[in-house]
Write a protein that binds this ligand. Sequence first.
Ligand code: IMP
Ligand code: MG
Length: 192
Amino acid sequence: MPTTDELRPENLYDHLERVLIDSDTLRNRIADMGAQITTDFAGRPLTVVTILQGGAVFMADLVREIHLPMKLESISVASYHGGTESSGTVTFHQSRMPDIDDRHVLILDDILDSGRTLDAILNRFRTECQPLSLNTCVLLSKQVERAVPIEADYSGFAIENEFVVGYGLDYDGEYRNLPVIGVLKPAWVREE
Ligand code: IMP
Ligand code: MG
């Protein structure tokens, strides 16, 4: 276990035990997802709502593969509090919901795990807003038993139940800028 930050390699790739999904694979799959969404939402007033911070990198690449007029909104929530296990509670960082009335809404997140995050947002949108429709899209879907029974309408990759970082996903706020999805070396994960 390193004791000081100076011991950490500058290059983020040196923090990884392995790369799970490389940049080309991400790009190709996201292009396919964008094409499907373009077909499905053609002629409908679309608003993409990104869940921050994790969904930001995925959003930036996906929306450029959706060749339709659209509006972008975001919502900021947290379900992890620095570790590698979900806390079980979803904290909204704002009280106002985005303006999605009379819009077809596609909610984007980096990863579907317990399902609590998407479920909490869907419930608030259903009760506090008047969207024309609500759909969900995640880059990754963990193959685990969900705490809430929910699957995304669009899912990029199914992955095993392990903690991943990169491409928007963080460990303790870091690694979101890594261009690949990877698994951290145990040395860089603190004991809880
Ligand atoms: P859920 O609410 O348990 O479905 O978890 C969704 C949220 O947990 C995502 O938006 C991520 O922020 C976070 N999360 C779940 N699994 C991972 C992971 O493997 N790495 C980093 N963040 C994760
Ligand atoms: Mg997140």
